[in-house]
Write a protein that binds this ligand. Structure first.
Ligand SMILES: [Zn+2]
Length: 226
């Protein structure tokens, strides 16, 4: 059978699932979904070669809720924990990261402590990229090749730092479809009030031309601003 690379892929981004066992950060609650919502999404993904799933923030629900449900459905996903928060209450710990890897999942970096990379104080840049990669490499035995940008907040300085850290794939939160081989890949974040209609639109629907033009313009501004 010939393997055909799809012209575009839809990349979903999951944060937390179910009830968190820690306090929410500001504005975080809207990014959490119920177990039922999560199952509805992954049921819709089964059998679709052009959909990928990513997880940000390293919440404990990655291992406790998502992992068994992904495996039941034969799905793979890419997880982006916060290297500086491993083992904190409500977060995945080092063993959890290893469990994800053993189950066939991939690991990338979401930085160190969930800071906005456009507003890093001196000294934090090193921790967010170099130190985070060192810790994740130590746990996984592989160099970090993929990064998910915290809050999807980037500009040309952020992208330059990621390029010089030899990152091969960068995930944003810009929405829309991604080109499979592109360095910068937009994702679609699940959120607490999504419904079947949202899932259908993201997975099947092509956005209208004006909507595509708006997304393209927004992405272009982010890439070059600084
Ligand atoms: Zn995040």
């Amino acid at each position: 059978m010939q393997v055909v690379t799809p012209a575009s892929v839809v990349i979903l981004n999951v944060h937390g699932i179910g009830e968190p066992s820690r306090e929410f950060e500001p504005n975080e609650q809207a990014t959490w979904v119920t177990v039922e919502q999560f199952e509805q999404v992954i049921d819709a993904v089964v059998g679709r070669e052009n959909v990928r799933i990513t997880f940000d923030d390293g919440n404990a629900s990655d291992v406790e809720i998502a992992l068994p449900r992904l495996l039941e459905r034969g799905l793979r996903a890419e997880f982006f924990p916060l290297a500086g928060r491993l083992g904190e209450p409500g977060r995945v710990d080092r063993d959890g990261v290893r469990e994800l890897l053993r189950a066939g999942m991939s690991i990338g970096s979401h930085g160190w402590a969930h800071r906005d990379w456009r507003r890093l104080q001196a000294g934090h840049a090193e921790e967010e990229i170099i130190e985070a990669h060192r810790v994740l490499r130590e746990i996984s035995g592989h160099p970090v090749t993929a990064v998910a940008i915290p809050f999807g907040s980037y500009d040309r300085h952020v992208l330059r730092r990621l390029r010089s850290a030899q990152v091969q794939r960068v995930y944003t939160s810009d929405g829309g479809r991604a080109r499979p081989g592109a360095w910068l890949q937009p994702r679609n974040s699940l959120h607490h009030d999504m419904d079947a209609d949202w899932i259908r639109k993201v997975l099947h629907g092509s956005p209208s031309l004006p909507a595509r033009a708006r997304m393209f313009a927004a992405r272009t501004v982010k890439r070059f601003r600084g």
